[in-house]
Design a binder for this molecule. Structure first.
Ligand code: ARG
Ligand code: ZN
Length: 849
């Protein structure tokens, strides 16, 4: 019924709830198909609100009884919740509901995963647990009693009592319902402790299913580093006696920052050298930090409504990036983040799903946990910091924590602390939150009488709902380099506020080469006429590590775009520059590994479309293959030399130094495999004693069309490890040649281990298929059809993961009419599926346009 005409929620309609919640007592009587939830909630009229409608959200709940001040009532119930007549005075609400955790396949609310009870309440999952004003601006103190015949019973806050079959928890910090959590199961903990800066001892526990204990050590270390870093860098101390982390196998997203009880997708916390790659370790360290940092930026200060999601997510992503930069290499982290932004956020910002960092409307909020809210949201904070400077940033953050602790805030509150600290007017800056689309910045230059002038022009193309765009504030970091390679102007931040603006530099001895947008100082698309010899010059001389990498990237991109649309040979400047860099022993191996990287094929397709050329996925694939061969050719014997020089001989550590060497050696091995027919990759597979090397070897072999025996052996060895088997599924599709990708994926969906209800497994297959650009866009349309078949199948069970996977189609308008027609058929087929979820129907209708 509801799904026939999904309702749209608007930011402008915000109204506070008519009541405040003074306290919440919950009792859970656990049973897989019939859990009883008893709630006792103290309400009183909210002086800030006019409307006293007493509406409580509640979905898929069986109401057993409800009372107000002890008197039975009969509320009016709809699929969204209930309305009752409530007094205009303090009162006690009591209700008992029954829910079905075992039947909850959507993994939202209270559900079961491998015999374990767990919760996911953000954004609107609590309403599937009991009737409640399930909105982030209603904060309260929760006391929870869990009755259940299971060894471990956890909830938020501090433990206050436990016995055979029961436990009680009390969280003294007022919180919104989306931060509620409960876990119950047969779990084992790895324990440690952390002394906070003021001397409070915090018990740390990382809970896993028996058998996974050997994968907890790294996560625990990452947690302690995060706690220390947040004290040192932001002055933020932890505030409970315990901090619990739980690993759950079935989880829609990465992890969740529930107060004192973080719940993680097991893929984002469990790690061991045997089963995890260097990249997994780095990501796990960052996610543990992210969720921990939410304790202040998210939990102590939360969001007034879901439109403000970036208030906590953009800031927390920014904080976790700073953390990774401090723990590892700052330039390498910056480059990784920009690659990620261009891969995930730019296509979103420049396609049918484009939305502002702070959206103004939604049908299903789960569809707005996006790269724009998270990653662009973090970029916006980076720009703010660049504009006000490090000292003012630190002061503004102190003020933010002091002023807003315990509150549910808005972007206005956030910007106000910066205005108060710096005296700046951030009215124009705020457009970063309201205007969608990636600004494009055209650069021209002028040189006369020792004066060099850079002129910039910014434009943002129309996006859905926003035909007109206004100029944004752009911090543009520039440096100038003299003809001999010396830096004439050190990094200087130009503040662009107009649609067109020029900046002059005088007293220069010679016409400089500009290094623009150093450190990727604003998330924009830079458009500047440049020559390959100038790019090669920057590749050799730029002192800014990001722009040096960017120069190499621009060379590679330019040559690939030409190769994909004609029959040109790979550019010699690029290959010469690459060779020189590879030999440069002063450069960190991780950085050199990045230098060997090429823009992704989907990114190249986007760049072609931007230039008015219809991308041909096969031609792009061939151009990349051709350039890879040319790299292998150009580097010649240097490949083997560097490969040997970058072997790690010490015992395995997932740290930046060793990971960097393995990343470089791995990238080299891919090229070597093009020359030696897989001999070295086979040797590596046989000798590898950690997952990073094993997967490097296996992917080289698969790419060379070999590796059948190794793949079978790998499966045999790891068949009982779900996370490793996810890699086994993913790798075969990722490395399949374009013409085989769909059939490989299709065959894997028939494998007995294709447990498609598990989001990690579903994503392993379909995430890999949609990332295999030429494979997914196979001209027959078979890739589109296979994905649509499975989206239709998954939607009734798990709308959230289905809707997320629909993004594979978001760039469809780039392609030729034949492909577009085939995609349109699939989009329509999904859209007309009976009882389609609100999540998926919103996504498909936005994508369809
Ligand atoms: N707050 C979590 C994080 O970023 C993400 C939770 C997303 N959940 C969802 N159902 N959309 O750390
Ligand atoms: Zn987050």
């Amino acid at each position: 019924m509801r799904d026939a005409a999904p309702e749209t929620v608007y930011l402008k309609d915000y109204k506070p709830f008519g009541y405040v919640v003074d306290s919440v007592h919950l009792t859970f009587d656990l049973a897989p198909n019939a859990t009883r939830v008893t709630s006792r909630i103290a309400f009183s009229p909210n002086p800030e609100a006019e409307d006293r409608t007493f509406f409580l959200f509640g979905e898929k709940l069986k109401l057993i009884r409800a009372t107000i001040d002890g008197k039975d009532i009969t509320p009016e119930i709809t699929p969204e919740g209930l309305t009752a007549a409530a007094p205009d005075a303090p009162f006690i609400w009591e209700a008992e509901v029954e829910i079905d955790p075992a039947g909850n396949t959507a993994l939202e609310g209270l559900y079961m995963s491998n015999g374990m009870y767990c919760t996911q309440c953000e954004a609107e999952g609590f309403r599937k647990i009991t009737y409640y004003p399930d909105r982030p601006d209603v904060m309260s103190v929760f006391t929870v009693r869990i009755n259940g015949d299971l060894p471990v019973l956890l909830s938020n806050g501090n433990p206050t009592g436990q016995g055979e079959g029961w436990a009680e928890w009390h969280d003294p910090w007022p919180k919104p319902s989306y931060l509620f959590a409960l876990v119950a199961g047969d779990l084992v903990a790895t324990e440690d402790s952390f002394p906070t800066i003021s001397g409070q001892e915090v018990a740390l526990k990382l809970w896993v299913r028996p058998g996974d204990e050997h994968k907890t050590a790294f996560g625990m270390e990452a947690l302690k580093k995060s706690m220390k870093w947040d004290e040192d860098s932001y002055g933020r101390e932890y505030d409970l006696k315990v901090f619990n982390i739980v690993a759950v196998d079935d989880f829609n997203m990465g992890a969740m920052e529930n107060k004192g009880l973080n719940i993680f997708n097991s893929s984002c916390v469990l790690a061991s050298p045997d089963t995890s790659t260097d990249m997994n370790f780095e990501r796990i360290e960052a996610i543990i930090a992210h969720e921990y940092f939410h304790n202040w930026t998210g939990d102590r200060i939360t969001c007034r409504d879901w439109f403000q999601l970036c208030l906590k997510e953009g800031l927390t992503v920014f904080r976790d990036s700073q953390f990774t930069a401090d723990m590892r290499s700052a330039p390498v982290k910056r480059i990784h983040d920009v690659i990620d932004l261009r891969t995930r956020q730019f296509p979103e910002d420049n396609g049918p799903l484009s939305h502002p960092v702070r959206p103004e409307s939604f049908q299903e909020i789960n569809n707005f946990y996006t790269a724009t809210v998270y990653e662009k949201g973090a970029e916006v904070i980076g720009m703010l910091k660049r504009l006000v400077g490090d000292a003012a940033y630190a002061e503004a953050l102190d003020l933010y924590f002091a002023r807003h602790d315990g509150q549910a805030c808005t972007i206005e509150d956030w910007l106000k602390v910066f205005e108060d600290v710096t005296g700046r007017d951030l009215t124009q800056f705020k457009r970063w939150y309201s205007q969608s689309g990636t600004p494009r910045v055209k650069v021209t230059e002028d040189w006369a009488d020792g004066t060099y002038t850079l002129s910039f022009e910014q434009t943002t193309l129309p996006t859905p709902g926003q035909p007109e765009k206004l100029p944004q504030v752009l911090p543009i970091a520039v440096g100038l380099i003299g003809p001999n390679g010396d830096e004439l102007l050190e990094t200087t931040v130009l503040e662009m506020t107009e649609a067109k603006q020029s900046f002059s530099f005088d007293g220069l001895p010679a016409r400089p080469v500009p290094s623009i947008l150093r450190g990727f100082s604003a998330p924009v698309i830079l458009e500047r006429e440049s020559t390959n010899s100038e790019r090669a010059f920057l590749l050799a001389h730029d002192t800014d590590p990001f722009n040096r990498w960017e120069a190499g990237r621009a060379l590679a991109q330019d040559t690939l775009l030409k190769m994909a649309t004609g029959t040109t040979d790979p550019d010699a400047d690029y290959l010469d520059g690459l060779r020189a860099l590879m030999r440069d022993e002063t450069l960190d191996p991780a950085y050199r590994a990045l230098m060997l990287g090429l823009p992704g094929q989907a990114e190249l397709a986007g760049l072609l479309a931007d230039r008015g050329v219809t991308p041909d996925p096969m031609a792009i694939w061939q151009a990349v293959e051709h350039l890879r061969d040319a790299q292998a050719q150009a580097l010649g014997p240097l490949l083997e030399e560097l490969y040997e020089a970058n072997q790690v001989t010490d015992p395995y550590q997932p740290d930046a130094e060793q990971s960097g060497k393995r990343a470089l050696a791995g990238a080299l091995l891919r090229l070597i495999t093009r020359r030696d027919g897989g001999a070295r990759a086979s040797a590596l597979y046989a000798a590898a004693d950690n997952m990073t090397l094993t997967l490097t070897a296996l992917s080289c072999l698969l790419q060379a069309g070999q590796g059948g025996a190794e793949l079978a052996a790998f499966y045999d060895k790891w068949k009982d490890d779900r996370l490793v088997i996810d890699k086994w599924f993913m790798l075969q599709i990722a490395e399949a040649a374009p013409e085989r990708a769909v059939s490989v994926a299709q065959a894997l969906t028939e494998h007995p281990d294709f447990n498609w209800r598990n989001p990690n497994r579903f994503r392993a297959v379909f995430g890999a298929l949609s990332a295999n650009h030429a494979g997914f866009h196979d001209a027959t349309g078979a890739g589109y059809q296979l994905l649509a078949d499975w989206l239709i199948r998954l939607d009734p069970l798990n709308p959230q993961t289905t809707a997320r996977m629909c993004t594979a189609f978001q760039t469809w308008k780039r392609y030729d009419p034949a492909r577009q027609a085939k995609i349109a058929v699939e989009l329509d087929r999904i859209a007309t599926t009976p009882d389609l979820s609100r999540d998926t129907s919103e996504m498909i209708s936005r994508i369809r346009g």
